[in-house]
Design a protein around this ligand. Structure first.
Ligand SMILES: [Zn+2]
Length: 202
């Protein structure tokens, strides 16, 4: 059902031609600076995969998310294992859109992927880090407190300079995952690899 016949860019997961070396990106992403280090996809945002993703956006489809993620993991384990993933983090819902939805579909996907990889799923990693980033809006003493909290989070070592797999359902421009990856980096992640169900290509 989910076949991806085309090779994709190692950096942004866009479709590329056969035998193209994408270690430095592809024509689509070469001008972009991303806070993530690589990107994997299950397929492109079309056909049955698109249908499934649209269904995942509705509440009560958590079971479907688990089935899709299990199939995804099975297909991607040979790509994921060499990356030494230490933890899996879903893109928080508020970074996407505030759908009135009963659950975060990326979180359901991330949880099953983490299980397949045998690593922890860190649902709150980004929210925890997030408190440290909007310093411009804080008065000076509060800002200082904020920095202290940040280094405390790093010492906590949940991300510990290791490789984080950041999970999203669809990636279009990459700006959302870029922002989240930057926070993960600030929070101590060594490397961030984005895993998306589908790459939307405009
Ligand atoms: Zn690319």
């Amino acid at each position: 059902m989910f076949t991806d016949p085309n090779p994709s860019c190692e950096r942004c997961a866009a479709t590329v031609g056969p035998y193209v070396n994408t270690a430095d990106g592809c024509p689509r992403c070469r001008g972009e600076s991303f806070a993530f280090d690589g990107a994997l996809r299950l397929g492109t945002y079309e056909g049955p995969l698109r249908e499934v993703i649209l269904r995942l956006k509705h509440a009560h489809n958590e079971g479907l998310a688990e089935i899709v993620a299990a199939a995804w993991a099975e297909r991607s384990l040979d790509k994921l294992h060499p990356l030494s993933i230490a933890s899996v983090v879903p893109v928080p819902l508020h970074w996407w859109r505030r759908w009135q939805r009963g659950y975060n579909q990326s979180e359901a996907l991330a949880r099953t992927l983490a299980q397949s990889l045998g690593v922890p799923c860190q649902t709150h990693a980004v929210r925890r880090v997030r408190r440290t980033v909007s310093q411009a809006n804080l008065s000076l003493p509060a800002g200082r407190e904020n920095v202290r909290g940040a280094s405390g989070a790093r010492r906590g070592g949940t991300l510990g300079r290791k490789t984080v797999l950041l999970v999203d359902d669809v990636m279009t421009t990459g700006r959302t995952v870029h922002e989240v990856a930057r926070e993960l980096r600030n929070g101590g992640a060594g490397r961030v690899i984005v895993a998306m169900l589908a790459r939307a290509e405009m």
